[in-house]
Ligand binder design. Structure first.
Ligand code: 6PG
Length: 230
């Protein structure tokens, strides 16, 4: 299957995929971009390397594509992941940190985050991809995928960790100037093929997220890319 509206970068292993994404993050931070980070187990290494490449993030604004509804010091927190792997290693902290308040009521946290984001275009949207094809906390066939007005909504998890989420909806993700998927591992190969090469299908949320007027890039290790052609 050939990728649809996505530029692919396929690297030898997960470490080199993380390094490539770290370069993108570092350049973006240096340029003072509005950057949406992602959670999960894959991006931590890219965050560490990005801090080494660019230890001064004072020009950058940092956002999140989604958050687990837990306090910021909980080990499942996406903010906590960035704090420990990125912020803790910087010499100068990001000028603007727009945390989703996972410790609050999810509807209230989503409404507050939406108010903060409205009027801002994300320059860089980093996304992972779940084995079920989810991105941010937009899970297969979830009602949030059809949202056209709201920028952030509460969402029910369909995979571990089973805590409620707050997620960006498709409009702010699609209006990102640059969307970058970072995906590694053989267990993601089917999801990668469906999300990047299959037709747009709400059963595979990654397949409906492309930059409307910017560019969409996928940085994959060769295991994750193994079901793609070219
Ligand atoms: C989250 C995410 C989510 C993640 C994927 C991939 O909070 O869980 O933002 O969308 O990116 O689930 O996660 P892994 O890297 O752990 O596979």
């Amino acid at each position: 299957m050939r990728a649809r509206d996505v530029e692919l970068i396929v690297t030898g292993d997960e470490e080199s995929a993380a390094k490539r994404v770290a370069e993108i993050l570092a350049e973006s931070a240096r340029g003072g971009d509005e950057i949406a980070l992602t959670g999960g187990s894959t991006p931590g290494r890219a965050y560490e390397l990005a801090a080494e490449l660019e230890p001064d993030w004072s020009a950058a604004g940092v956002w999140w594509g989604d958050e687990r509804c837990v306090p910021p010091d909980d080990e499942r927190s996406n903010f906590g992941l960035a704090r420990d792997t990125l912020f803790a290693k910087l010499e100068a902290q990001p000028g603007r940190v727009h945390r989703i308040r996972g410790e609050d009521d999810p509807a209230a946290a989503a409404a507050l985050y939406e108010r903060e984001l409205r009027g801002t275009t994300l320059d860089l949207v980093l996304l992972g991809l779940g084995p079920d094809g989810h991105v941010a906390s937009l899970f297969p066939n979830a009602p949030e995928l059809a949202e056209t007005e709201r920028l952030a909504l509460p969402a029910e998890p369909k995979l571990e960790p089973f805590v409620e989420r707050v997620t960006l909806t498709p409009p702010p993700l699609r209006s990102g100037r640059r969307i970058v998927f970072l995906v590694a591992g053989e267990q993601k190969a089917e999801a990668v093929a469906a999300a990047l090469a299959g037709p747009p299908d709400p059963a595979v949320p990654g397949s409906v997220i492309r930059a409307e007027s910017g560019e969409t890039l996928a940085v994959l290790d060769q295991n994750a890319a193994s079901r793609l052609r070219d």
